[in-house]
Ligand binder design. Sequence first.
Ligand code: SAM
Length: 285
Amino acid sequence: MDLCNPSVIKSLLGDEGTHLRKEYGQNFLIRREIPARIAEECTESEESMILEIGPGIGCLTKELAERYGKVVSVEIDSHLLPILAKTLAEYDNVTVVNQDVMKVDLAALVAEHAEGREVSVCANLPYYITTPILMALLESGVPFRSITVMVQAEVASRLCAKAGEDTYGAITAVLGYYGETRRLFTVPASAFLPAPKVNSAVVRIDLYDEPRYAPKDKKLFFGLIKAAFEMRRKTLVNAISAKLSYTKEQVAKALVSIGLSDKIRGERLSTADFSALADALFERK
Ligand code: SAM
């Protein structure tokens, strides 16, 4: 069965009396080579357990099941469960969990299914909730090897930006704490049913085994990033002193002590710079 064929998709949904649901961000892939390529490029370790978010009717799930040791797919839409039971019937290494990924205990789910395997994430994400899902994955404490996700092209640019670029934002600086992010390839809007208004791209984050940055006060480090980008147009001295309990003089001195200008804006600071600044401010308290 070709799960990327629009007629097959419509008839599978129709047979269960359901349809594509906008509220769940259901834009299904209709070009067969794309799920195959995402699955191929999401990790190098064949024994892995892959955590998939939003299997839909299973086009990517199938490709993952054929390549990796174990697949656990979390799907919010219960109407899709009987369809997945049919389309994935031949794979005994797939478990479908009918839950909202934002409510699931990811650490417990992985502990239950990984059986000592390395774990990676692979998903064509629902676009209405991309950043919250990424943050939930990163903050879950699960030692994912990699996270490979399809997102809107402009979000992909944000995730992969370098400090100082227009698309660089809080999420970019935060991602830099957890791992290295790269854009794998672009996917045209026409590859989805229904076609969204914009193109998409697949991004892979390789998580660090050991933290690359170790700010003494993690809460302060993340708080600085948040403050810097909430008031993007202000200098960092003004943004931080307005949001956190530091005076302008303290922030200015801390910046100069790490070799940065006291006139600089947050969007120019790399993750390493934010970490150094957090430590310089921590020492000054
Ligand atoms: N994997 C399929 C594909 O590539 O064609 C479907 C991808 S579609 C963009 C997103 C999928 O995520 C849908 O199946 C949708 O029902 C599911 N989804 C949306 N919100 C979710 C949530 N909070 N938790 C789990 N799954 C969710």
